[in-house]
Design a protein around this ligand. Structure first.
Ligand code: MN
Length: 241
């Protein structure tokens, strides 16, 4: 019998209501995939211990990374910057890379991954790529746009498509991809929409929000299913079963 993987999902920062929050769609997508979701609020000092009990990770969406972290420029649209969350997720990403933990990075997650590896971000997309493609709608709501996925990439294999419609909810994106990352999807305006890491056994990062449509879109649910399957394969490899 296969093990049931425990997937840690990073939460949003402490908010004004004194809550740590996470949109429920992440939890539902992991449960549909057969994993056990556990929420990881920022600020955990015992990350090494934490990683000894987790099987996989989702770096979730949320506010912007502080541009100071990647030597970017401040911008009036930068929002929800939280140092505790930035530091926590950057450290968590270092564990993911070092311990080769299967990981799915979503929206803010792809940005954290890139920054952790030394890459940079576009502080506000419309300034760089114009507004022919909306990546969110004012004031801060999701929208949809097409993407093209690199044929032969792990991502194309997982979602079973090289052209897909994605739910987009961001105003930043990767500017300079970090060394070690391979860009595997673009929006029609050239925005980087996904990266993979060939040197890591299972690390997929997308700029869109697969969790928001996964209940009705099998291609998007496949991202969560594939994460859970990668974890199961890894556990079975290690136990020789
Ligand atoms: Mn987008």
């Amino acid at each position: 019998m296969n093990p049931i993987p425990i997937i840690g999902i990073t939460t949003y920062a402490r908010n004004e209501s004194r809550n740590f929050t996470l949109p429920m769609e992440y939890v539902d997508a992991i449960r549909r995939a057969g994993g056990i979701p556990v929420l990881l609020p920022p600020g955990e000092p015992h990350q090494t211990e934490l990683f000894s009990r987790l099987d996989g990770i989702i770096l979730s969406g949320g506010g912007d990374v502080d541009p100071a972290v990647y030597r970017g420029n401040d911008h009036e649209t930068v929002y929800m910057v939280d140092h505790e969350r930035d530091q926590s997720e950057l450290e968590l990403t270092r564990h993911v890379l070092e311990l080769e933990v299967p990981t799915l990075c979503i929206c803010r997650g792809i940005q954290v991954l890139n920054v952790a590896l030394g890459g940079t971000l576009i502080e506000h997309l419309p300034d760089e790529v114009g507004d022919a493609i909306a990546h969110r709608v004012p004031p801060r709501n999701p929208t949809q746009h097409p993407i093209s996925v690199e044929p032969g990439s792990r991502l194309a294999d997982i979602i079973g498509q090289t052209e897909a419609t994605t739910t987009s909810w961001h105003h930043q994106a990767i500017r300079r991809p970090a060394a070690g990352l391979e860009v595997v999807a673009h929006a029609p305006d050239g925005t980087i929409e996904a990266v993979e890491m060939p040197d890591h056994p299972w690390l997929v990062a997308v700029q869109w929000h697969p969790e928001l449509t996964a209940a009705d879109d099998p291609g998007q649910q496949q991202l969560f299913d594939a994460l859970v399957q990668a974890v199961i394969d890894r556990i079975n490899d290690r136990t020789g079963s």
